[in-house]
Structures are given as structure tokens and as C-alpha cells.
Design a protein. Structure first.
Ligand code: PLP
Length: 350
């Protein structure tokens, strides 16, 4: 991947390129997603990371004040990106407490009934921060609602290669019925090592929406840097690196082994991603040894940094107070040391 980018620089392949992205990269994206027989490269837009794909979709699909629906724990940038596109973000809350924040077709329907100006429902599967995975049936039901109600079903599938326990990624149905409403967002940043800073993402969308997004980005970024697109081309044309998912699955198992030692924490099962989601409502209202009250997830995250040197993301950042998200994409020694220190810090809260 790096060599390909270096070569492109050295050979002077640094001119303006097609604002939609290199045609050969767009063709590779379709193969990577296994949909090369159902789309043409004109329905693919290469972007500067999945973030730009998301922003493009909000800008291209929404009129000012149109509603965009997110699932129950929206990733931190969803809201700011929607607001920057003058859209109105709404979090769909699940009615089934046992669903681990997964939204059902009925939850979605109810929100669509309440908000006729909704343009899209954005689903992150597998989900950052909760690490939960919607099954193929659950995805199909949500997609079906979107098709019936004529709203876009935007699938952010950025972690789709990091699904554990031999479970296949639940692909959305792509056929004549779903294609006009299905938008898929993906990129290099999570499924490949050390690639978040390359800033390459992509969107596969219905032709009119794809065209609008290309027009738009032709005016604001002209597409991502061409040598980096050559790096992406090399990544997608090489065999997918084995070992990444297995390595992360082993780290997931390490956390699972620590879970009973974390007082007041309910560690959620982690079927996918490299995040462990902790229900810490049991630790709220406790006090640190120096008398400070832990009122919410931000206080707790601050305590863990101060006392244990462990950085977590507060659930409040994902509109879910009472939870913490822990990334386990770190070397094993750091993971073990961090978990031991966190367990001690939790034990000190009274
Ligand atoms: N979507 C989700 C769910 C993410 O977790 C992230 C990054 O953390 C992004 C989108 C943005 O990805 P990128 O770095 O490719 O812009």
C-alpha cells in the first residue's frame, strides 16, 4: 500500500483526477463489497474518509430542516455533520430494553410516522460505540421499512470485516427494489491496519445521489489526493490481510476474562468491532477516595484517566449517559495493564 503511494508520487501521478475518484478504484470498491454485478463505477464516489461520505450524503439528500434518523447511540460525528448540512438529527430510541440499543423496524416506523420530513435513516452496523451487530433479518426489516417509506437507508459499514465468532457480515439486500434507497458507506480506516490517516472512504449510492455528491465534492475537495488513491487501489487489489480480525478477537476474549473483576461494570458482549461497551450505571453516584462524586460518564472517564491512566470515551458523547466505550486495538501488554489499573480504580469507588 505504502509503496504504491510512494510510486505514484515519484512518477508524478499528482495531477487533478476525476472528482468521483480513480475509475479503477471505483471498480475495485464494487468488487470489495461483492456488488460488481449490481452497480457500475458511476455509482461509487471516493471520498476523504467515511466522514466526507457521510457529509456528502447529508448535503446531497437533505433540504434544510429535513430530518435524519440515527440509531440509539450515534457515533460522535453524526450529529455535527448533519447539523452542518442544515439537517435535523433525531436519535431513534429502542423500546425493547433487552435489545442492547438495537432499533427495531417498529421503532423506526414510529419515528417516521412522527417525522414526515425524514430523508434518511443511518445505521452503523456493526456499531461504534456499542459493538453490537444487527442480524441479517434485522437489517432486512429496517431496509424494508425505508423502501416502503421512500427514505434512504444509509449503511455505515466501516467495521464490516471485524465480525467475530465466524459470523458473516449481514449484507443488505441489493436488488431493483432496494437499490433506489440503499446507500453504503465504507472506507480504509478500520478494516486495514494503520490506515485511518490515509483519509480514503467511499459511497455506493443510487445514480442521481452519486452524481449530486460528485458535483458537490468537485467544488469542495476535488476528491482525495491521487497518490493516496493509488495506495487504496493497492490495498483493495491485494489479498485481504489475514490476522487482523483474529488478533482483535483474541483481545476481545482477554476483556471478557477481565469482566468479572470490574466492580460495578456490566461488560456487554462484543460480537464485532474493536470496542468494548461498558454499562457503568452501577458506578454512578459513588465517590472517589478524595470525596468527589461520580455523577456521570464524563466524571468516570476523567477518574479512569487520573487514577489508572486509562482513556475511555464517555457514553455522553454518544448520547448514552451511564456507559463507557473502551478501544482494545492496543498491544496486549497495554490492554492487560490498562484493565488491571481500571479494575483497581473501580474498586476504590465507594
Ligand atoms: N463512521 C464510524 C462509525 C466511525 O467509527 C468513524 C471513525 O471512527 C467514521 C465513520 C469516520 O471514518 P473515517 O476516519 O474513515 O472518516
Amino acid at each position: 500500500m505504502r509503496e504504491a503511494a510512494e510510486r505514484a508520487f515519484r512518477e508524478g501521478r499528482t495531477m487533478y483526477a476525476d472528482p468521483a475518484g480513480l475509475p479503477e478504484l471505483r471498480a475495485d470498491v464494487l468488487r470489495w463489497l461483492g456488488v460488481e454485478d449490481r452497480y457500475t463505477p458511476d455509482e461509487v464516489v471516493i471520498t476523504a474518509g467515511a466522514k466526507q461520505s457521510l457529509f456528502n450524503v447529508f448535503l446531497a439528500a437533505c433540504n434544510p430542516a429535513d430530518c435524519v434518523l440515527f440509531d440509539a447511540a450515534p457515533w460522535v460525528s453524526y450529529q455535527p455533520l448533519a447539523v452542518a448540512a442544515y439537517a435535523f438529527p433525531v436519535q431513534v430510541l429502542p423500546t425493547r430494553p433487552e435489545s442492547r440499543m438495537k432499533v427495531s423496524a417498529d421503532d423506526l416506523r414510529r419515528n417516521l410516522d412522527l417525522r414526515p420530513y425524514t430523508k434518511l435513516f443511518l445505521l452503523n452496523n456493526p456499531c461504534n460505540p456499542t459493538a453490537q451487530l444487527y442480524s441479517a433479518d434485522e437489517v432486512e426489516e429496517l431496509l424494508q421499512v425505508c423502501v416502503e417509506r421512500r427514505v434512504y437507508f444509509v449503511l455505515d459499514r466501516l467495521y464490516w470485516r471485524i465480525v467475530f465468532d465466524g459470523v458473516p457480515f449481514p449484507e443488505p439486500r441489493v436488488d431493483d427494489e432496494t437499490r433506489p434507497w440503499l446507500v453504503q458507506i465504507d472506507g480504509l480506516s478500520k478494516n486495514f491496519r494503520r490506515s485511518g490517516g490515509l483519509r480514503i472512504g467511499w459511497t455506493v449510492a443510487p445514480p442521481d445521489l452519486a452524481r449530486a455528491m460528485v458535483n458537490l465534492q468537485s467544488h469542495y475537495t476535488s476528491g482525495p489526493s491521487t497518490p493516496v488513491q493509488h495506495a487504496a487501489l493497492a490495498a483493495l487489489e491485494s489479498p485481504y490481510p489475514t490476522g487482523l480480525r483474529e488478533e482483535l478477537e483474541a483481545k476481545r476474549d482477554r476483556i471478557r476474562a477481565w469482566a468479572p473483576k470490574l466492580a460495578g461494570v456490566d461488560v456487554w458482549p462484543t460480537p464485532a468491532t474493536f470496542y468494548s461497551f461498558w454499562d457503568v450505571r452501577g458506578a454512578l453516584g459513588t465517590r472517589t477516595p478524595d470525596g468527589r462524586v461520580i455523577r456521570g460518564s464524563i466524571d468516570l472517564a476523567t477518574w479512569l484517566v487520573e487514577r489508572a491512566g486509562v482513556v475511555t470515551a464517555a457514553g455522553a458523547a454518544f448520547l448514552q449517559e451511564g456507559y463507557l466505550r473502551v478501544s482494545f486495538a492496543v498491544p496486549d501488554e497495554e490492554l492487560e495493564g490498562g484493565l488491571a489499573a481500571a479494575a483497581e480504580a473501580f474498586a476504590e469507588l465507594a
